[in-house]
Every structure is written in structure tokens, then in C-alpha cells.
Design a protein around this ligand. Sequence first.
Ligand code: FAD
Ligand code: SF4
Length: 570
Amino acid sequence: MANIAIDAIKEVTYDAIVIGSGISGGWAAKELTGKGLRTLVLERGRDVKHIVDYPTTVTNPWEFEHRGQLPLEIREQNPIVSKCYAFYEGTTHFFVKDAEHPYVQEKPFDWIRGYQVGGKSLLWARQTQRWSDFDFEGPARDGFAVDWPIRYADLAPWYSYVEKFAGISGNKDGLATLPDGEFLPPHEWNCVESYFQKQVAGHYKDRHVIMGRAAHITKPQPIHFQQGRAQCQHRTICERGCPYGGYFSSNASTIPWAAKTGKMTLRPNSVVHSIIYDEKKGKAVGVRVVDATTHKMMEFYARIIFVNAAALNTNLVLLNSTSSRFPNGLGNDSGVLGKYVAFHNYRARISGEYDGMLESTTDGRRPNSPYIPRFRNVYKQEMDFLRGYAAGFSAGRMSHTNQDGIGASLKANLVKPILDGWYVGSHMMGETIPKESNFVALDGNLKDPFGIPQLRISVGYDDNDDKMVKDYIEQMTEMFTIAGFKNIKATDSKQAAGLDIHEMGGVRMGKDPKTSILNKWNQIHACKNVFVTDGACMTSTSTQNPSLTYMAMTARAADYAVKEMKKGTI
Ligand SMILES: Cc1cc2nc3c(=O)[nH]c(=O)nc-3n(C[C@H](O)[C@H](O)[C@H](O)COP(=O)(O)OP(=O)(O)OC[C@H]3O[C@@H](n4cnc5c(N)ncnc54)[C@H](O)[C@@H]3O)c2cc1C
Ligand code: SF4
């Protein structure tokens, strides 16, 4: 009998468990299996295999029943996710629907999620700007959060490591605020964008318009062919899944790479309930999982656990992992678990028109756009708000066709699109300040369909964000005016927090276990065999998009974890 029990336990025991198969979990899976660890990847959603599970990837606009639009019924049933620009008839299958996975909005918070193998890596806009020391040193300099336990130099080699594998396009711009990386050729500018770049460079020493760095293979390298990925074809329907693997997703890149090692067991439909802490051993020994199909609770065991469920779900899993040693959540000796959640401020937009260059137009499609790195409060605190904002920028011309006529005359009209003048537009990407009062917690009564407490989200904007919006509008209006753009219109959407889809924090890194949950290796201070490397670990939020940083941190932490395992310290 004893042998049967031991065999049964062996069957569910691995070297490592990874919770979540999205952008960061995919990297954990790749790194851990690559280093020889038998790794179980637990994913709450269904399996989505590269190419075969992209049902709309070659659907033409006219083939959609509603021509790509969302029927009113779906909008009404999904008031939250319908606000996301990427949620349309071609992508609904990759987004979480409002009713299926409820949560409590203590303050309005639009929580946008993708529960499937690949997570949100199928849906993202692929902007991959590195963070700089202005970001990692920021909290220590202006005191808005605890000091990061790492600096840019700790991450720089890991940025290079993940960039080369993922395939990042960009230009070496030599800017201190936005370190250069290992780039494939950048995307091209159009003439009005180049014109704006020159206007800004001519008027300001500290403001730059550059081509955004993006996770697109503009010139495949051998490592990309080895992954079975090919050059981006500029179809700009990436969020439906790219059959070429032209953009980086876990489905096209890290997960199949991990599978090829023969060391990965991927278990979709496995909702992690909590992490099991063994009081006698003084460490985590495994995880409890609710099978999404049978609703049966099961346990899996491993020596190390990587938590990559995406920021707020990682908070949820840790808060739900209680034991007599950790009655308030795993590793929560400090009481800060779930607190200091922050996000990005994407509220403001500006648009305008340009009268010139009517002899030129854009050529083809481009799945990326120019970017204006942060220029406020960089070298000194100069404004009445903390931190700063970056901005997206793009220019284009709309075309429409004259649909008058019949027969040959209609045909002649249709093949001659009429071009409007140039439009220009920009949106802000502001850093929000991590505050204790911005928190997530478990609801005491409400449960989700798997019997797990619902997440209560109490996260919102403050005065600092309002001042930043005002400054963005003033500064962009000035820059647009200098460039001679007309009909300038700025708006503050006042959208709820969350719609930026860059939620971070709650399980922050720090030097002091009294004020943080994770150390400089993303390891829980008080439970050394559990690592958190998704957005939950972020101490502050920078203005740059965060996912590249999650990838670099995951690769770095996995390298450390395996070395420590070999030394026998965890
Ligand atoms: C439309 C859109 C545009 C975006 N644009 C950008 C951009 O340009 N640049 C950028 O940097 N970021 C962008 N993002 C954000 C980016 O997608 C996320 O930052 C990134 O995916 C986070 O990686 P992750 O591994 O933490 O989470 P995810 O990629 O979301 O993966 C988390 C996985 O964990 C699973 N999971 C959750 N809970 C559990 C559980 N209890 N048990 C088991 N599994 C669980 C989920 O199902 C999911 O598969 C965008 C997102 C969207 C939706
Ligand atoms: S733009 Fe590139 S990455 Fe996006 S769908 Fe097209 S080929 Fe794929």
C-alpha cells in the first residue's frame, strides 16, 4: 500500500511548477525546462495552440457576420471588456467575458484579462521599451515608493537575452531615458511623422520622437527560424494570433520551445486555488488546483514555484494561500501584500490635422508607431506632480471611396480611393504612484465559480494623475502648434483605472522584508522557494510598457532559482 501512495505522489511531483502561461509564465517555462527541470505549467484557461487555434487569423473583413463590429447584445453583456479597443468580433474568443469571472469593484476598475494558454500575449500591442535607471532609481530619489532592490545594470544583460529570442525591432536612439537594446531593423516612418520628429528636435533639447520598439520580427535571425517563426507581414491583425509568428507571443515562442525540451507538462483548465506551505519544512511544497472541467480539487508538488498569473491574479493566489505561519497570505509578514497597486494613466489623447504634404501618403500597414519618451522630472523634480509620462504618436491619411454609380462607373469609382488630408494623434502613458490606499483584497463573502474568493479591487486615480493629464495636454498642444498642426483637439477620457492593462504591484520587491514581499531575486523574503516575476512584483511603474521587463526579470529569476536549487539552498 505504502508504495502505491508513494507512486501516486511521484506522479504529481515535479521539479518546478509555473502558475500561468502568459508572457511571464511562458518565459519561466522556457527557462526552467531549458535548464533541465521537469516543469508543470498550470493554466486556468483552455489550450490555444499556435496557428491551429487562431480561428479568425485569415478571416477577411467581409466574412465576419457583423463586419467585425460587436453586436449590441455582446456589448450589453460585457460592459467592462467592451471598452478595450482590441475586443471586436475577430477577438472575442481570447478575452474574459464579464459574467464568467466576476470581481468586486470597490472603485471603478476595468480589469481586462485573457484566460488561455498564452494569456494576454496573444492580444498585446507589443510595445517593448526598456526601463532605465531613472525608473529604478526614481522611488529613492523622490520618495514615492520604497527603493527598488535592483538597478538597470542588474537587468540589462537579461533584457538583451530576452530581446534576442523574442525579436524586438527598434532603432538605437542613444537616449538615457530609454536604453537601447538588441534590435532588429526599426519600422519605417511616414513623411509627416519624420517632419514632426524634426520639428520637436529643432525646438526642444530634451524631447525626442523615436520609432517605438516593438516585438515584431522585421528581419528573422536563425533563432527565430528555429522557433518556426517568420518575418512580420504587416497585416496588423496581430491580436487574432499571427500564423507567421511575426510578433512575440508565448504560443508562438516560449511555450512550444519549452515543450520541445520534453520536460514540460502543460495542464490547461487548471485554476490554481492556493500554494501549499509546509510548516515543518518551512517552505512551499506545492499548489492546490481546481480542475476547471470537473471542479475537483487536486494537489501538485514541486521544489520551486513560479507565480505568473498576471499581477492581480498573482495577488489573489498569494492572499488565498493561508496557513498558521502565514494567516494573511503567503509571505505577508509585512502586511503589504495586495497594497501599493499601481497602473498607467492613459486618460488623455490629442488629435490634429496637417495641411501639407498632400502629394505623399503612407505605404502599406505598420503594426507599430513612433513614441515620445518621458521628458518631465527626469533630471530634477521640476513640476508640481511626481514622475512623468511618455506618449505615442502617429500620422496617417484616411481614404474613402465614392460608391456612386452602377456597373462600370461604380467599378471605376471603387478602384480610385479618395484620400483625406493628414491626421495626427497622440495618447499619453503616465506613471501612477504606488499608494497603500490602492489595494486588492479577498472578498469575505463572494466566491467565483470555482469556490475561490472574488478579488476586491480598490484602485483609482489621484491629484497627481490629474495634474499629469493637464500637463500632457498643454505640452502636446504646444508641440502640435509648433509643428503647424491645425484643428487640435485634446480630451481627458476620465476612463476608469485598469483600461491601460498595465496593472502592477501588490507583491512588490524591496530591500526590507518589513516593507516588501520579494527580495532582489523576485523570491518571497519569507518563503524562499516561491518566485513572483509578473507585474505583481513591480515596486513602481515607470512610464514605459512593462511586459519586456517582466520577461527579463523572469529569465533572471529562473537562472538564480536553478543555481540555488543546485546549491541546495532552496
Ligand atoms: C490589448 C492589450 C494591449 C497591450 N499592449 C501592451 C504593450 O504594448 N506592451 C506591453 O508591455 N504590454 C501590453 N499589454 C499588457 C500585457 O499583455 C501584459 O502586461 C502581459 O501579458 C502580462 O504578462 P503576465 O504573464 O503577467 O500575464 P498574462 O500574459 O495575462 O498571463 C497570465 C496567465 O495566467 C493565467 N492565470 C491567471 N490566474 C490563474 C490561476 N489562478 N491559475 C492558473 N492560471 C492562472 C491566465 O489565464 C493567463 O494565461 C497589453 C495588453 C492588452 C490586452
Ligand atoms: S502585423 Fe506582423 S505580427 Fe501582426 S499579424 Fe501581421 S504578420 Fe503577424
